[in-house]
Design a protein around this ligand. Structure first.
Ligand code: 13P
Ligand code: ZN
Length: 280
């Protein structure tokens, strides 16, 4: 068996291709990490090299001590992941302190894990805890419609959530907790990781102003589907705003309450504010 035969590896590279086909991964844009299940780590363990030196993560994630992750490489192109996973991706192990990682497989032509590793791992730590271990995927993409909205909407969780929910009826059912927004920050470090992981305590989606989006989910399908849903709604909103700054009709706060009841979801009240001018 090769590592690339493992089902989780195939799911990982398929997600890279799917994101590339959506136009979310120009050049090396975006990154993906997956917290492997114990049985998946076990399956590939004989093929891992666990002798390489430990490297600092740049963040403390004690809640992930001993975990194995599949990650995209820094500077690697999503477009190429399916052609050569061993060059473009890696499997890493986290040490007992949660401060260091080592590469156990992949990046065969050199390189290191994504520069957003601190954000990914801090998000994983938060989501692992909150979801009781169910969330395993953190995905960052450069989604053009959502990025465009960060130039015209106020950078507020309440506004992004409500405006994006309004564009497709099923949005609040898919992400009932809403969307968090991070002001423009320097990417790739601990500071943006701290702010993003704080939002991940409340949301499965965080928008980085003028940069892209982070999504968290249980598996590749639901995480990709979440990113896809938010981005598609952002696209509809841009179409609407391009035609008219005012909506003639929309899904109202009252409609959202009816939807919540019918679909048995709880929608936080702070997203259901009245928008007088548009709802009359
Ligand atoms: P990496 O190539 O280091 O993953 O960086 C891409 C990116 O999107 C940074 O935010
Ligand atoms: Zn990015």
């Amino acid at each position: 068996m090769n590592v690339t035969d493992a089902k989780f590896v195939q799911g990982f590279v398929r997600m890279c291709s799917d994101g590339w086909e959506q136009g979310w991964h120009e050049r090396n844009g975006g990154n993906l990490t997956y917290r492997m299940k114990p049985e998946e780590a076990q399956e590939v363990m004989p093929l891992l090299d666990r002798t390489r030196p430990w490297q600092p993560i740049g963040a403390d994630v004690p809640g992930l001590a001993g975990e194995f992750f599949m990650v995209t490489g820094s500077g690697k192109f999503f477009r190429n992941a399916v052609l050569d996973p061993a060059d473009t991706t890696a499997i890493i192990e986290i040490d007992d302190s949660g401060k260091n990682y080592r590469i156990c497989w992949g990046l065969v032509n050199g390189g290191r894990p994504t520069s957003e590793l601190p954000s990914h791992l801090m998000n994983h730590e938060v989501k692992k805890e909150i979801s009781g271990g169910r969330h395993r995927v953190i995905y960052h993409a450069h989604t053009p419609n959502t990025i465009a909205l960060t130039f015209v909407l106020p950078l507020k969780d309440e506004v992004f959530t409500r405006e994006i929910w309004e564009m497709m009826t099923e949005c609040p059912v898919i992400f009932p907790d809403g969307i968090g927004v991070v002001d423009w920050m320097v990417p790739g470090g601990r500071e943006i990781a701290v702010v993003t992981s704080e939002l991940m305590k409340k949301y499965d989606v965080a928008v980085w102003a003028h940069h892209g989006m982070f999504c968290s989910g249980e598996d590749f399908d639901t995480t990709f589907g979440l990113m896809h849903t938010v981005e598609k709604s952002a696209q509809i909103l841009l179409k609407v705003l391009s035609v008219s700054p005012v909506k003639r009709q929309t899904i109202t706060a009252r409609n959202f309450r009816d939807l919540a009841e019918a679909f048995h979801v709880t929608l936080p009240e702070r997203f259901l504010y009245e928008k007088q001018a548009e709802e009359e």
